[in-house]
Design a protein around this ligand. Sequence first.
Ligand code: AMP
Length: 396
Amino acid sequence: MKTVDQISFAGKKALIRVDFNVPLDENYNITDDNRMTAALPTIKKILKDGGKVILMSHLGRPKGGPEEKYSLKHLIPHLSDLLGQQVEFADDCIGQEAIDKSKELEKGEVLLLENLRFYKEEEKGDVAFAEKLSKLGDVYVNDAFGTAHRAHASTAVIAQFFPEAKVFGYLMAAELNNAEKILNGAAKPFTAIMGGSKVSDKIELIEKLLDKVDNLIIGGGMAYTFAKADGGNIGTSLVEADKLDLAISLKQKAKDKGVKLYLPVDNVIADAFANDAKTGVAKTGEIPDNWMGLDIGPETVKLFSKVVEESKTILWNGPMGVFEMETFLVGTKAVAEAVVAATEKGAFSLIGGGDSAAAVAKFNLTADVSYVSTGGGALLEYMEGKELPGVKAIND
Ligand code: AMP
């Protein structure tokens, strides 16, 4: 794997694609800076070498032109604090100002470019736009795992302009190495925990995992599609009515492949999708009309926790309930604690990005699992066995 370790950056301009797509509140305060801190090791290594750093990223979903609320300038104060030095800013990611500012950079200095997605050419993977970006640096570094599954100008297309000088940053390398540990050579028993809202989003991964895991735990909203497929009453719980056959066939496939499939046996139910709803507990398949399942129940917590705690490899993607609401976070928290307990006993645990990462962070357990991925969709696609354009572009 070609990484920043293979290059001495002294005097060179490193053009780094980072994923600084961080959440901002209405006053432009960063509410979760994980994606920024994750890129620091790469930036610091290059600066330590005596290199010059030019950072490019997207932020939010602008409509193809500049929008104040998506300006990367809001990140300058915090990024400067994190790096312990003032970060320069160019109001545009291409054009004369970006060219001038990148040329003026001294060794050890950092320049942040304005949001790449202010140009619709970015997401289109426009070659001419990628070429303009490429003029700003001597070496291209991709450290944006969160967008590695997109063939955008700055994540993939640009690499062709650096045939001899394109490498992965440390975050990318760590993400790929940790995903590989799960895909190839996972210690057994290997347990995958799948949750979240829809089975259709994760079906490809689940099918792929059936060839690898010993145990498959399914919780969260997606479990109700299985309960309904079994003919149970699920009240007004989340369901994908057109995926009942799929649920049945998944159960059969698990059986055929000797994978133990664990589904909830009981559920925390509520009379409304609200934190202050009336709640109760119902066995799976016995949810009364007008009630909905919003978390796994206490018996299920015991069942899932035992399986997780006895595992040597754990992959977790998707919460067990509506963990954003205090009333329905118990199941997700208990599973997170079981993952931590297994990790303490020597298991390797990988937490898929997105909501699972947010849940683990909410419970302050991020440091107690083996690795929390910064990629949601990117991790899923990599695990499904797809070649990520951002990875391919460097490897080619
Ligand atoms: P996903 O993006 O598919 O991983 O789904 C994550 C979302 O699923 C979170 O926002 C959870 O609140 C939601 N979720 C988990 N369990 C349930 C449930 N039983 N009913 C409704 N939503 C759920």
